[in-house]
Design a protein around this ligand. Sequence first.
Ligand SMILES: *[C@@H]1O[C@H](CO)[C@@H](O)[C@H](O)[C@H]1NC(C)=O
Ligand SMILES: *[C@@H]1O[C@H](CO)[C@@H](O)[C@H](O)[C@H]1NC(C)=O
Ligand SMILES: *[C@@H]1O[C@H](CO)[C@@H](O)[C@H](O)[C@H]1NC(C)=O
Ligand SMILES: *[C@@H]1O[C@H](CO)[C@@H](O)[C@H](O)[C@H]1NC(C)=O
Ligand SMILES: *[C@@H]1O[C@H](CO)[C@@H](O)[C@H](O)[C@H]1NC(C)=O
Ligand SMILES: *[C@@H]1O[C@H](CO)[C@@H](O)[C@H](O)[C@H]1NC(C)=O
Ligand SMILES: *[C@@H]1O[C@H](CO)[C@@H](O)[C@H](O)[C@H]1NC(C)=O
Ligand SMILES: *[C@@H]1O[C@H](CO)[C@@H](O)[C@H](O)[C@H]1NC(C)=O
Ligand SMILES: *[C@@H]1O[C@H](CO)[C@@H](O)[C@H](O)[C@H]1NC(C)=O
Ligand SMILES: *[C@@H]1O[C@H](CO)[C@@H](O)[C@H](O)[C@H]1NC(C)=O
Ligand SMILES: *[C@@H]1O[C@H](CO)[C@@H](O)[C@H](O)[C@H]1NC(C)=O
Ligand SMILES: *[C@@H]1O[C@H](CO)[C@@H](O)[C@H](O)[C@H]1NC(C)=O
Length: 520
Amino acid sequence: MKLALYSALAAPAVYALNVSLPYTAPPTAALLSPALVSFSIEQDRWVDWAGTEAPNDFFNTVLENIQNITGQLPWIRIGADSEDHTDFSYNLEYEEDIFPNSTAVTPYPEATNITVGQGFYDIISHLPAGTHVHWGVNLRQANLTAAYLETLALVKAFQSSAVTEKNITLDLIEVGNESDLYYSNGGRNSSWSIFEYVPQWIEFASNVSSAAGLSSSSYTKLIGGAFAGSAHNNLSGFSPQAIYNLGILESEPGSLITTISQHQYSGSFCTGGGAVLQDLMTKEYIRGNISVFAPDINATFENGLEYILGETNSMSCHGAPDVSNTAGAALWALDYSLYASQVGIKRLHFHEGIGYKYNFIQPVTLNYSILDGSPITPLAPHVQPPYYAAIIAAEAIGPSGTTQAIELNVNATDTSGYAFFEGQQLSRAIFINTVAYLPGANRSNTHIDLVIPGGYLASSQMTIKRLNIGYANDTSGLTWGGQSYETPDGSVSGQETVETVNVSDGLDIQETEAVLVQFL
Ligand SMILES: *[C@@H]1O[C@H](CO)[C@@H](O)[C@H](O)[C@H]1NC(C)=O
Ligand SMILES: *[C@@H]1O[C@H](CO)[C@@H](O)[C@H](O)[C@H]1NC(C)=O
Ligand SMILES: *[C@@H]1O[C@H](CO)[C@@H](O)[C@H](O)[C@H]1NC(C)=O
Ligand SMILES: *[C@@H]1O[C@H](CO)[C@@H](O)[C@H](O)[C@H]1NC(C)=O
Ligand SMILES: *[C@@H]1O[C@H](CO)[C@@H](O)[C@H](O)[C@H]1NC(C)=O
Ligand SMILES: *[C@@H]1O[C@H](CO)[C@@H](O)[C@H](O)[C@H]1NC(C)=O
Ligand SMILES: *[C@@H]1O[C@H](CO)[C@@H](O)[C@H](O)[C@H]1NC(C)=O
Ligand SMILES: *[C@@H]1O[C@H](CO)[C@@H](O)[C@H](O)[C@H]1NC(C)=O
Ligand SMILES: *[C@@H]1O[C@H](CO)[C@@H](O)[C@H](O)[C@H]1NC(C)=O
Ligand SMILES: *[C@@H]1O[C@H](CO)[C@@H](O)[C@H](O)[C@H]1NC(C)=O
Ligand SMILES: *[C@@H]1O[C@H](CO)[C@@H](O)[C@H](O)[C@H]1NC(C)=O
Ligand SMILES: *[C@@H]1O[C@H](CO)[C@@H](O)[C@H](O)[C@H]1NC(C)=O
């Protein structure tokens, strides 16, 4: 009793940091894409995201929330594993799937066989006006007819008036998902290597690009890579460097590659097992999982191409329970995305499927648990905690289209910071504390003083907006500046609340918190 009382009354630790923010954007500041936080959709259940007879209003609303902040929608990649298990049929309207049984580790498995018809592609018209799309076609089955028919249907859909009137665009076609794994997943024999891959990709991409009418002057272009891993500068493994070395860009379809895509997860739940939320959230771990691509990005920029993470999320195989679906994962996603912008990654497509643990968005009613597959009271469409990362990143990026950012030098292993510049001038900052605060611990506070050398801000005041989180492993109940996105229709609710303080007062940030500072 006495001990418990003592521990409850013990003052939480207070730490202090001085953080220097440049008043004008340094030359190294990265230009931020308004679509930095984008999405990738597993196409076996694409019809649930888009809606067949009518649009899925919930999905559209949570996309439009972001558009209302940045002026642009997140980009959508459709495909992934299922793109390589898809056949086309003229006899089907939308799609027919064969699913394995649900298990505790994989409550919502991916379909093994997917057959789609024209309507499957046509419902892209249900997305919000102005959506930018990447779509994948089948390479793994080595069936040219499948890739060809899918491409014809894809292009027909994007040429329909329902789509062109809404200016929904097919920006990129992806030919094959994670082809580097085709041997290990049974798609190819043991001879499979980068040396077989490049000519096969060229053969399929030639057919696809001619079926789609692609050329140097067409709007739609091709994605290169989309590998699960990277051998980096080892030119006999799978990497952007290796495909460049083998002359892919000099081939006819290769000359249509504008964007290199890489996939990345920060761990795996493919065979179950425990994952630790704090590990995912650790600052140094986040940086390592992104900076590993520096040589690939460098080689890609030297070839004048863009670099994206075309598929990413916390733990592969749909996420880990009590980790990927938590508030802590929101802080992870925010720091991961902002840090990625600093190494030249233009967009991150966070992978989403129906009922996956790591989803930002659950767009349809779920009848069994995402955590262990047990039956549950039907759970209506909703956003999960990581969705707040998309909203906060959007507010940091803002609507100008020309915002730049740098990572701040924060002398702490558990706090990261970024500064945002409008017209070269310091405008906003984000701080993220990535200590996973769990029940039973004391929650420490860190005081941050902002040092702006030689700068004079328009005002001596700033506002502070907080992502309020109970515990790092909470799976709901977050608020951002007092507002919630956990609403039946996905729209924001509540009054926005921010604190207005003197810049010279600095700010406090507690464990498991993100704050947005707006200089007035
Ligand atoms: C912050 O800077 C002030 C003024 O230079 C200094 O007194 C203080 O010790 C510094 N605090 C930390 C945590 O470095
Ligand atoms: C986006 O902003 C428009 C114009 O203010 C508003 O009509 C619409 O409801 C907003 N959308 C969402 C999802 O909040
Ligand atoms: C393709 O993408 C998915 C995500 O759906 C991944 O889990 C899968 O293993 C990928 N690769 C292959 C070779 O199937
Ligand atoms: C090749 O693809 C077509 C169209 O998707 C499909 O009808 C056919 O069955 C496939 N062939 C094989 C051998 O899988
Ligand atoms: C899937 O479940 C059904 C009934 O629940 C069972 O009959 C079938 O054998 C299972 N299939 C596999 C591949 O386990
Ligand atoms: C599923 O697809 C595989 C080839 O990928 C094929 O061998 C198998 O027959 C298909 N199964 C069904 C039930 O269509
Ligand atoms: C693409 O492949 C399909 C199916 O094999 C074939 O009918 C078509 O002629 C091919 N197109 C080109 C340009 O090679
Ligand atoms: C359609 O989208 C493209 C690409 O984002 C843009 O350049 C163009 O201005 C848009 N057109 C209309 C009419 O909105
Ligand atoms: C693998 O398949 C390719 C053609 O698809 C063939 O050329 C090669 O000999 C095969 N390798 C092995 C080890 O069977
Ligand atoms: C790539 O790396 C080389 C050597 O480290 C460097 O000189 C070059 O400037 C880098 N290029 C880009 C585009 O970052
Ligand atoms: C960074 O923090 C460490 C310990 O927290 C301290 O010893 C060191 O002086 C600090 N460095 C700077 C530049 O403030
Ligand atoms: C959070 O973790 C604590 C243990 O640290 C556990 O008791 C609690 O049930 C967890 N909460 C959720 C929502 O999983």
